[in-house]
Design a protein around this ligand. Structure first.
Ligand code: G3H
Ligand code: ZN
Length: 284
């Protein structure tokens, strides 16, 4: 069923596992992720960046595609459709009005006061519609669509405390060394800050840039209150690898289903692997 992220994250934090946010890029991604979740009996968060929504047609297209698949697949596990890195109150409102069950307002590039002000406004509108809200502080490195950073900035625990106290958000994404896209070398996550931030409230934490984080770091983050982990690049890499293989082996192929079905299978397998690592399998 289509739900907000609130309940699934509270349960995850309490029981010591994280729910994966897997980003949608097209129909096959959506099929793969929903099938993986159902097979694993795992709650799941479908992440949709503004860029990906644009690519697919718009927020309404995404909502109807997800609802259509859930209906046709007979999906029983909890599913959230979440706006990833929402850039403004207007974009969050647009997503909510189109039927998204969750939004992230990413005003992390703004000064704290302004971030708080925008986040508050989003929370007010979202909660009135039963929609959960994620906010961010600090700077996630790398690039994801319109979200580009040339340097990583670790979130300040004192600022996190103020933001959490003043906004009534449902979860917080403190950037603590994570990167969108592949890491250059091993990630250097700020676990000390994570522990402080986590101890300041009951709020579930979110880890962005889930691609390439070693299992030991995933487990440590979960033990420190992380209840949501975002993954996009790894599915893109594995999916594209499968397409390349088909095209390389058969230069005559032209039916897109002949190479997109293997892509879908590769994404599904990757998502299943993540759900097991995050501990969300059999938790729906
Ligand atoms: O918001 C989306 C995620 O943070 C994805 O990061 O592409 O590095 O897995 P990733
Ligand atoms: Zn992100």
């Amino acid at each position: 069923s289509l739900v907000s992220m609130k309940e699934m994250m509270i349960k995850g934090k309490k029981e010591g596992y994280a729910i994966g946010q897997f980003n949608l890029n097209n129909l096959e991604y959506t099929q793969a992720i929903l099938q993986a979740a159902e097979e694993e009996k795992s709650p799941v968060i479908l992440g949709v960046s503004e860029g990906a929504a644009r690519y697919m047609g718009g927020f309404t297209t995404v909502v109807n595609m997800v609802k259509g698949l859930m209906h046709d697949f007979g999906t029983t596990v909890p599913v959230a459709i979440h706006l990833d890195h929402g850039s403004s109150f207007e974009k969050c409102k647009e997503a909510i009005d189109a039927g998204f069950s969750s939004v992230m307002i990413d005003a992390s590039s703004k000064p704290l006061e302004e971030n708080i002000e925008i986040t508050k406004k989003v929370v007010e509108y979202a909660h009135a519609h039963g929609v959960s809200v994620e906010a961010e502080l600090g700077v996630v490195g790398g690039q994801e669509d319109d979200v580009i950073a040339d340097k990583v900035i670790y979130a300040d625990p004192a600022e996190c405390k103020v933001l959490v106290e003043q906004t009534n958000i449902d979860c917080l994404a403190p950037a603590l060394g994570s990167v969108h896209g592949p890491y250059k070398g091993e990630p250097n996550l700020g676990f000390e800050e994570m522990e402080i931030i986590s101890s300041q409230s009951d709020l579930p934490l979110v880890l962005h840039g889930g691609t390439g984080i070693p299992l030991k770091d995933i487990q440590r983050a979960i033990s420190l209150g992380t209840a949501k982990i975002n993954v996009n690049t790894e599915n893109q890499i594995e999916g594209t690898k499968a397409v390349r293989q088909v095209l390389a082996e058969d230069t005559e192929v032209y039916d897109p289903r002949k190479y997109l079905a293997p892509m879908r299978e590769a994404i599904k397998a990757t998502v299943i692997g993540k759900m097991r690592e995050f501990g969300s399998s059999q938790k729906a």
